[in-house]
Ligand binder design. Structure first.
Ligand code: 4NP
Length: 155
């Protein structure tokens, strides 16, 4: 069975493009489809932020071809799992539906980890060390998600 996973942040140029690239690198595209979107439309059609492209490249992942798009209601129909990077993203997503099954698809990305943080901080206005920090947080969460999804393929 194929699982479709959507990573969501505010701008879809910093955090969720990294989450998309990292989860893709840990899963088989035959089994897991990964995409990303933003709750805001500021950067529609743009490539990821150069600082996200750079930190991904440092770890061998190329996200430079991704294009920003906005989250839309149809994503609830399209995806099985929707991961929000922070609580504000989470609330903006669930505000678009009243359907319990659709709301259940939405989780905070860091719920999958043991860290004390529950949000991936917005790195947009900070320096490049913020991108290293979010890379680690997202990589850790994607490890857990990939383990779960990859084990479901074998069960
Ligand atoms: P992201 O970061 O949500 O991780 O993509 C941001 C990108 C752009 C803006 C805010 C956050 N912005 O205000 O343009």
């Amino acid at each position: 069975m194929q699982t479709k996973v959507l990573m969501v942040c505010l701008g879809n140029i910093c955090r969720s493009p990294l989450a998309e690239g990292i989860l893709k690198s840990k899963t088989d595209p035959q089994n897991v489809i990964v995409d990303s979107a933003g709750t805001a439309g500021y950067h529609i059609g743009n490539n990821p932020d150069l600082r996200s492209i750079a930190v991904a490249k440092k770890y061998g992942i190329d996200i430079s071809d991704q294009r920003c798009r906005k989250f839309s209601y149809s994503d609830f129909k399209q995806f099985d799992l929707i991961y929000a990077m922070d609580l504000s993203n989470y609330h903006d997503i669930v505000a678009l539906t009243n359907d319990k099954a659709e709301i259940k698809k939405v989780k905070l990305l860091l719920e999958e980890t043991n860290t004390s943080l529950n949000e991936v901080p917005d790195p947009y206005y900070g320096g490049s060390d913020g991108f290293e920090q979010i890379y680690d947080l997202i990589d850790n969460a994607c490890d857990m998600i990939a383990k779960k999804l990859n084990s479901q393929q074998h069960s």
